[in-house]
Every structure is written in structure tokens, then in C-alpha cells.
Design a binder for this molecule. Structure first.
Ligand code: ADP
Length: 283
């Protein structure tokens, strides 16, 4: 692969790189990404289905198993990963080896929210500027040696998630997060087809907000329905990784910057089964 001029134009090393615009392979990009064993995309057909919650809890589950993990928050306009990791006050800093990622109890993270001065300011950047920011997270963040880098994609199937996927070399594949409602499933099918159109494996489907266990009587209540994610996975010949129930503690822990995967909850138990199924693919 030869280096594109526009890659150089958006690179933080512009002006000081010996390979700049010489048609050679980009050493920044290749070197940094080659130290990461598995790069997984977390995608969804629409927003609000729990994609970032799944990303953060998957990262924590892998880190608790002794793996080296990073999260790249590629959702430039809605960067929620720092909030969910409890590192809202952190900032990305330039170090001798590149931009140093923030750390949340052992998980490395890069996000627009770690650059913005006010967390309430909207990011009103146009497409090319957003892509330049993502390129910097890929090329210039000093991720170091990682077992897994999880990339939290912008929601939907517009050109924005598509462009992000095209920027990242040697992806292992994508996990699609959905909820059980027909409208969410419809959009998730499009997400599966988007990943396939880019010749990437769909590692599996996760159905989130799959029913609620009543805290009073213990009966299941299907608020949004349940089982649609599994049916959709079968129809589309994709692995069904598992489901996560609606659980008020998932939301409360997330709001406090904590993960639920290690909690003694139904959601925690369900999530651990999903992680086991996923890890079988990487053994
Ligand atoms: P997305 O990244 O798809 O936009 P988020 O991960 O930000 O979605 O989740 C949206 C909201 O739903 C958050 O407040 C989160 O805490 C909550 N949430 C996600 N999954 C669950 C669940 N299983 N039970 C209860 N609340 C959940």
C-alpha cells in the first residue's frame, strides 16, 4: 500500500516525517497498528441501543482477564466513552512517542471528549475534519502493545461509520449491537450488510435491552420484546453472541463511570457469557 498525499496532509507528523509524500508505506500508521493483535469494531444500526455500554464493558471484561485493551471512541459528535469509563476529567497529552492515550484503571482510551474544553459544547465539524481527527487517533496515538483495540463506531450506516472502517487496517471484524424492536432490527440488518460490503467478518450480534426482570415479582417483562436479535442473526447467517436484559444497575453504573460486567447482576452474568463466546473466536 502506498502512502496517499491526503494521509500526509492530516498527519500530526506533517513537516517532520522523512517519509512525507514519498510514495512509501506510511511508517507511522503501520508501526503503531502492528503492535495491536486484534482490532474489533462495535457498530449499531442506530443510536441509543447500548453500543458504547457494550464497548466499555467488553473492554473491562477483557482487561479483567489479563489482556491489554484500548478503546478508540470514533463517535466524534457523541463521544460518550470517557463518561462511561469515569475519566471525563482526563486529557490527551502529547508525549515523546506520540499522543498518549488516557487510562481508566488499565484501559487505554482516545476520544474527542478528551480534547474538548467543554463537555457540553457540540462538535459541529464537517465530515473531512472529523475524519482527520479519527486518522490522528489511529496514526498518532501511542497505543503501544495491545491484545485488543475496540473501536466504538458512530451509529448508523451513513458514510461516517463507513469512512471510519475504511481508515483502520487489518480489522478482525465487527460486533453489531441491537435492541429487540423491529425498527432497531431493520437498521441492524443494514449494519450487517454494511460490514459485509466492506469484506469484513461480522463476529456476531448482541441483543441489548432484551426484556426486564421485575425486581418485585421476578417475572420477565418484554418491554421492547425479546429474541428478535437471535432470529435476525439466524436469518442473516451470523453468530448470535447473546442478550443483555434491561437492568437499572447497568444505567446507574454507567452514569457513575463504572462497568456492570463484574457485578453480581443478571446483566453481568449474561455479559460474561457473551465475552466467553467471543473469545472462543480468538483462541
Ligand atoms: P449507544 O452507544 O448505542 O448510543 P449507550 O451505550 O450510550 O448507547 O446507552 C444508552 C443509554 O442506555 C445509557 O444511559 C446506558 O446506560 C443505557 N443502557 C444501555 N444498556 C442498558 C441495559 N441493558 N439496561 C439498562 N440501561 C441500559
Amino acid at each position: 500500500m502506498t502512502k496517499q498525499n491526503n494521509d500526509c496532509d492530516s498527519c500530526a507528523q506533517k513537516g517532520s516525517c522523512k517519509d512525507e509524500n514519498n510514495g512509501q508505506e506510511c511508517t507511522h500508521k503501520v508501526f503503531r497498528m502492528s503492535k495491536i493483535k486484534h482490532k474489533i469494531i462495535i457498530a449499531s444500526g442506530k443510536g441509543g441501543v447500548g453500543k458504547s455500554t457494550v464497548s466499555v464493558n467488553l473492554a473491562r471484561a477483557l482487561q479483567l482477564k489479563g489482556m491489554r485493551v484500548g478503546i478508540l471512541d470514533a463517535d466524534i459528535t457523541g463521544p460518550d466513552i470517557p463518561k462511561l469509563l469515569g475519566i471525563e476529567e482526563a486529557k490527551l497529552m502529547q508525549g515523546p512517542e506520540g499522543i498518549e492515550p488516557a487510562k481508566a484503571d488499565g484501559i487505554k482510551a482516545a476520544s474527542m471528549a478528551l480534547i474538548l474544553t467543554s463537555r457540553d459544547s457540540p462538535v459541529v465539524w464537517r465530515g473531512p475534519m472529523k475524519m482527520a481527527a479519527i486518522k490522528q487517533f489511529i496514526q498518532d496515538v501511542n497505543w503501544g502493545d495491545l491484545d485488543f483495540l475496540l473501536i466504538d463506531l458512530p451509529p448508523g450506516t451513513s458514510d461516517e461509520p463507513l469512512s471510519v472502517v475504511q481508515l483502520i487496517p487489518e480489522l478482525a471484524g465487527a460486533i453489531i449491537v441491537t435492541t429487540p424492536q423491529e425498527v432497531a432490527l431493520l437498521d441492524s440488518r443494514k449494519a450487517v450488510n454494511m460490514i459485509r460490503a466492506m469484506k469484513l467478518p461480522v463476529l456476531g450480534i448482541v441483543e441489548n435491552m432484551s426484556g426486564l426482570v421485575c425486581p418485585h415479582c421476578g417475572d420477565g417483562i418484554s418491554i421492547f420484546g425479546a429474541g428478535g436479535g437471535q432470529r435476525m442473526a439466524e436469518e442473516m447467517d451470523v453468530t448470535f453472541l447473546g442478550s443483555i436484559p434491561i437492568d437499572p444497575s447497568v444505567c446507574a453504573l454507567g452514569d457513575s463511570g463504572l462497568t456492570f460486567v463484574q457485578s453480581e447482576t443478571l446483566a453481568g452474568g449474561s455479559f460474561n457469557k457473551i465475552v466467553e463466546r467471543l473469545l472462543q473466536m480468538f483462541n
